[in-house]
Design a protein around this ligand. Structure first.
Ligand code: PLP
Length: 408
C-alpha cells in the first residue's frame, strides 16, 4: 500500500479536535502583542493559554534589546553547530550565567528543549544502564527514552512505593558496569503538581543513582530566586542534571542543561541534536541574557504571578469548580464530561464571554474527564481575573449539569 494512502486512515490521537476543529480548538491564531489581552477571530480575549508566566513577552526594555541585537548580529549569525563554527562569547557567557542562576557549576545551551533533552537522555545511558522514569513524563522524555539503549523501567506518577519497587528491581539487575538514571519533572505541566523530588533523592542512600529533572515549568516560577522546583523544595543539590527551557518564563526559544563540568563537557561532545544542528542565533542568546538578568532583578514579577494564581484559584473554587491541588501556577480545572463538553466550554467562554482557555479530553486525560488548564501570568490583573470568574460563573449550570448526567 502506498505510504501516503495509508496515512489517511491512520487516526490522530486527538481525533475530531484536529480534523474538524482546525483553527479553533487546534492551531488557533492568537493575534496582537503577546499578553493577557489578545485577539482571536477578531474578538478581544482575556488569554489564559500562554506560558509567558512572568509577563515579559511584550516588555519594552526586552524588545529594545531584541531589536538592537538583531541589528548588530543579524538573525543568521553564527553559522554552524557550536562544535564547529557556531560558538561565540555570548553563548559561553549565557551558559555561565544560567549555571550560576540554578546553582550548578556548568551549563550547556540547547537549541530547543525537546530535542536537547532527548539527546541528553540518549547520550547519558548505554546498553548496560537502567533508566527509570515517571509514567506522566513529558513527550520529550518519553521520546528520549525511546532513543536510549538502556533497559527502561517506569513508575506510577509521583508514587514513591512504585518508584522504590522499580529502583530495587534495578538494583537486583545491577552488573559491574550498570548505572541508573532517574528522570522526572519539577512541575508537571498539565496538572501543576510537583515531582516528588525530596522522596526520590532520599532513596539515593539505599541505591545510588543520578537524577535528571525537567523543570520547564519550574524555572522562573518556583523557588525564592526563581531557580526552580529543586530550590523551592530545598533539594537542588540532589538534582544531578537540571533542565530548564526558555519556552515559558523566558518567553523565548532555547533551553539548557546544568550539571557538573565533566558531565557538561561530555554532553557538549555527545549530544547529537546539538553536535549536528545549527546553534542558537546570536540575538536569541543576547536577549536570553537580558531576560535572565531581568528575571533576577524583578522578583516582584514572581510575586505578582503567585498573587494572581491564588486569586484565580480561590475564585474558581468559590464558584464550585474542582481545581486540582496544583502546587505551581498551573491551574487545572477538572470536570466530568466528554470531548463535546470540553469543546463547548472553550467555545462558550470564547464566544459569549471573551475568555480564551484551552482544554483537553480523552485520550490526554482519562475517558469521561475534561481538564481546562489556565496559566496565570504576572501580566494579568484583577479586571482579567474578575471577568474570567464571571464567565466561569455564567457557564457553571451548563457544565455541572453535563457532569451530573454523566454520573447518573
Ligand atoms: C515539561 C516540558 N519539557 C520540555 C519541553 C520542551 O521544551 P522546548 O519548548 O524548549 O522544546 C516542554 C515544552 O515546552 C515542556 O512542557
Amino acid at each position: 500500500m502506498d505510504l501516503f494512502d495509508k496515512l489517511e486512515g491512520r487516526p490522530s490521537p486527538l481525533g475530531p479536535f484536529t480534523s474538524e476543529g482546525y483553527g479553533y480548538y487546534t492551531f488557533p491564531k492568537l493575534e496582537g502583542p503577546l499578553g493577557p489581552e489578545m485577539k482571536f477571530n477578531n474578538k478581544d480575549m482575556v488569554v489564559w493559554s500562554i506560558n509567558d508566566y512572568l509577563g515579559i513577552g511584550s516588555n519594552p526594555e526586552i524588545k529594545k534589546v531584541d531589536t538592537e541585537a538583531t541589528e548588530k548580529y543579524s538573525l543568521s549569525a553564527p553559522m554552524g553547530a557550536r562544535l564547529m563554527t557556531g560558538n561565540s562569547n555570548e553563548h559561553e557567557k549565557l551558559e555561565e550565567e544560567l549555571a550560576a542562576f540554578v546553582h550548578k557549576e556548568k551549563a550547556q545551551l540547547l537549541n530547543y528543549g525537546y530535542q536537547g533533552i532527548m539527546s541528553t537522555i540518549h547520550a547519558l545511558v548505554d546498553r548496560n544502564d537502567i533508566l527509570i522514569y515517571d509514567e506522566l513524563s513529558h513527550a520529550c522524555i518519553v521520546d528520549g527514552k525511546q532513543l536510549a539503549m538502556a533497559e527502561k523501567y517506569v513508575f506510577k506518577h509521583n508514587d514513591i512505593e512504585s518508584f522504590k519497587k522499580q529502583l530495587f528491581r534495578a538494583k537486583k539487575k545491577m552488573g559491574e558496569n550498570t548505572s541508573i538514571l532517574v528522570v522526572t519533572e519539577g512541575v508537571f505541566g498539565m496538572t501543576g503538581d510537583l515531582g516528588i523530588l525530596k522522596e526520590i533523592i532520599e532513596l539515593k542512600k539505599e541505591v545510588p543513582f543520578r537524577l535528571l529533572v525537567d523543570d520547564a515549568h519550574g524555572i522562573g516560577t518556583m523557588g525564592k530566586d526563581g531557580s526552580g522546583t529543586g530550590t523551592h523544595l530545598g533539594v537542588q543539590d540532589g538534582i544531578d542534571i537540571y533542565f530548564g527551557t526558555f519556552a515559558k518564563s523566558f518567553a523565548l526559544i532555547g533551553a539548557f542543561i546544568a550539571s557538573e563540568p565533566r558531565v557538561i563537557e561530555f554532553l557538549k561532545a555527545n549530544s547529537r541534536s546539538q553536535v549536528f544542528a545549527k546553534s542558537l542565533p546570536l540575538p536569541m542568546v543576547v536577549t536570553a541574557r537580558k531576560r535572565l538578568q531581568m528575571i533576577k532583578d524583578n522578583p516582584q514579577w514572581r510575586e505578582q504571578l503567585w498573587n494572581n494564581t491564588l486569586k484565580l484559584r480561590e475564585g474558581l473554587r468559590e464558584i464550585g469548580y474542582t481545581v486540582l491541588p496544583s502546587e505551581s501556577p498551573v491551574t487545572p480545572v477538572l470536570t466530568k464530561g466528554s470531548t463535546d463538553l470540553c469543546q463547548d466550554i472553550m467555545r462558550k467562554l470564547r464566544e459569549e464571554h471573551g475568555v480564551f482557555v484551552s482544554g483537553v479530553a480523552y485520550p490526554v486525560v482519562p475517558r469521561g474527564t475534561v481538564l481546562i488548564r489556565l496559566i496565570p501570568t504576572a501580566a494579568h490583573n484583577d479586571v482579567h481575573i474578575e471577568k474570567t470568574l464571571k464567565a466561569f460563573e455564567a457557564i457553571k449550570d451548563y457544565v455541572f449539569e453535563a457532569a451530573e448526567k454523566l454520573s447518573a
